[in-house]
Design a protein around this ligand. Structure first.
Ligand SMILES: [Fe+2]
Length: 207
């Protein structure tokens, strides 16, 4: 598992550098942006979805966007169930042997100022077969200060210092996410934006 984690962590960083290249950000920007003072939070979650005789009555996993950075998912080789929302339609993400599904979380959406979006996904229960999945999360360090990359905030918004997305400490976002995971991400972003301007909290130190 240790070896597995080290390799996946490296892969996540390579993929983030590809995102940087696509966005015109310097190499290593995303890694640095989510590093915090003690490095990223990396974890692996193994899930087991048993077959269900009445899948229309239950949800395997309710729709949500992932909170963190970049997620690498090994799906079951045979049993499907994962779906993502594209243009208002639920689309199957079919099982594919020897492949990794790459998913982006809310933090990447904030840092890229919405150029890359976290995607709503869910797992639908199946009547046949057990589905097992292994998801690895490369998430920001707890004290990482997350905000849109200046290079990706355009013209007027940049001058007025009014990016569409909020600036916050990752662990504060996670406190909110714990309660609101299965709701739309927009109210979460708005709540963080509201905290940003709250006089009680004061400005977030970035130095
Ligand atoms: Fe998820």
């Amino acid at each position: 598992m240790k070896e597995f984690a080290v390799k996946l962590e490296k892969l996540a960083e390579e993929l983030m550098d590809l995102l940087c290249e696509n966005l015109g950000l310097e190499k290593g920007y995303l890694k640095k942006a989510i590093y915090g003072s003690n490095g990223p939070n990396f974890g692996t979650k193994v899930s087991n979805y048993p077959p269900c005789p009445k899948p229309d009555l239950i949800k395997g996993l309710r729709a949500h966007t992932d909170a963190g950075g970049i997620i690498l998912l090994f799906q079951d080789d045979k049993v499907s169930g994962l779906q993502l929302l594209k243009d208002g339609q639920w689309v199957d993400v079919p099982p594919m042997r020897h492949s990794i599904v790459v998913n982006l979380g809310d933090q990447i959406e904030v840092i890229t100022n919405g150029k890359y979006k976290s995607v709503l996904h869910r797992v639908v229960a199946q009547t046949d077969g057990n589905r097992m999945s292994i998801a690895s999360f490369y998430n920001p360090g707890n004290d990482a200060v997350i905000y849109p990359a200046t290079a990706l905030v355009e013209g007027e918004a940049k001058e007025a210092d009014e990016a569409a997305y909020p600036k916050f400490v990752f662990e504060d976002y996670m406190k909110l996410y714990a309660a609101l995971k299965f709701q739309a991400k927009e109210p979460r972003f708005q709540a963080m934006k509201a905290m940003e301007s709250s006089p009680n909290l004061g400005p977030i130190a970035t130095a």
